[in-house]
Design a protein around this ligand. Sequence first.
Ligand SMILES: *Cc1c(COP(=O)(O)O)cnc(C)c1O
Length: 399
Amino acid sequence: MENSFLSSQDTVDLFRQYVVPNYGRYSVNLVRGEGSYIWDAEGNKYLDLFPGWGCNLLGHCPEPIVKAVQKQVETLIHVPNSWHLESQGRWAQLLSERSFGGQAFFCNSGAEANEAAIKLARLHHGPSRYKIITFEGGFHGRSLATTTATAQPKYHEGLGPLVAGFNYAPYGDLNAVKELIDDETCAIMIEPIQGEGGVRIPPEGFLQGLRQLANEHDLLLIFDEVQTGCGRTGQWFGYQYFDVTPDVLTLAKSLCGGIAGGAMLTTTEIAPSLRPGMHAATFGGNPIASAAGIATLEMIEQENLLENVSVLAELFASSFNQLQQQCQWIREARVAGMMVGIELEVEGASVVQKCLDRNLLINCTQGNVIRLLPAMNLTTEQASEGIEILSDVLRNLQA
Ligand SMILES: *Cc1c(COP(=O)(O)O)cnc(C)c1O
């Protein structure tokens, strides 16, 4: 079967000629996935602890999602948002019941969900209040507004002029936020746990402090949960993990079990500010995404995956904390549900390559943070297998 695929080298050549070179890519043609395993064109099997860059929170090709999508594409592939679609309404209901009881706007990606949140915040507070406070090291997407919201200079180079009205505060610094708030501020936007920024967990009381500031100054508190949402932390949403409720919540990545989909949730009081005609996404909440989104929530429930996250998180935390004590070149191990960040004193690229050589897929972000975003339905045996390989590679790192 593997023989029918183009070799990895031929695929690389195809890309070199025809695909815009805006990504750093490994020279591997991945062809098939099942759960936390994935195979390349040469038939090599990998354990994937970073499935789908956070999108495949249920592993590769989860059966309930496959079935729901197969059934849907045979019935209805797309209808525009000028009509009512039962499954979109049902999906919104399921999300509402598991979050703060509000309403949903659907789109296709994290950047789009955050764009919707940014527009909503500006519309909600009228033309004189347009400024949004975001955080250094954050990541909110690649559209021009969400790139601007992303307070990392390396992503801004050469793109100016950027969108006006974004103010940046150091992550974890409440006083800096306080000082940035003025009469023109309409919102604070933050990832409850910074993902791309290095799995950075907020200091105790920080999110509560933001909630309080938002209340005092009548600002919308926007949580970008594109990475922390949909069960990643062992709670349905990251805000529940910290017990701080935002006014606006954005979701994508794992929302539809690996199918493209995004959403913005907000309260029924705030939602009407996104007036008819002010925002749209042609494919948002389409029948396939809706079917997959519903199946995702149902699978998490039926297979008790939120509980599994807590069990696995403890295993990752104890293993990597122990390792950290043995290796002076490991600065810190941070675990929040199925988000693992291992901060090194040295560059992490060689760790990723050495793991790849041993058929383990992981990620490195910010140059020196090894990042895992494992599937919720990873087994303890698979987790142990991955921990063993990664620990061995880290132990043998020359500091
Ligand atoms: C990945 C990510 C985004 C961007 O999502 P896209 O679907 O790539 O547009 C935004 N915010 C966070 C926190 C993310 O992790």
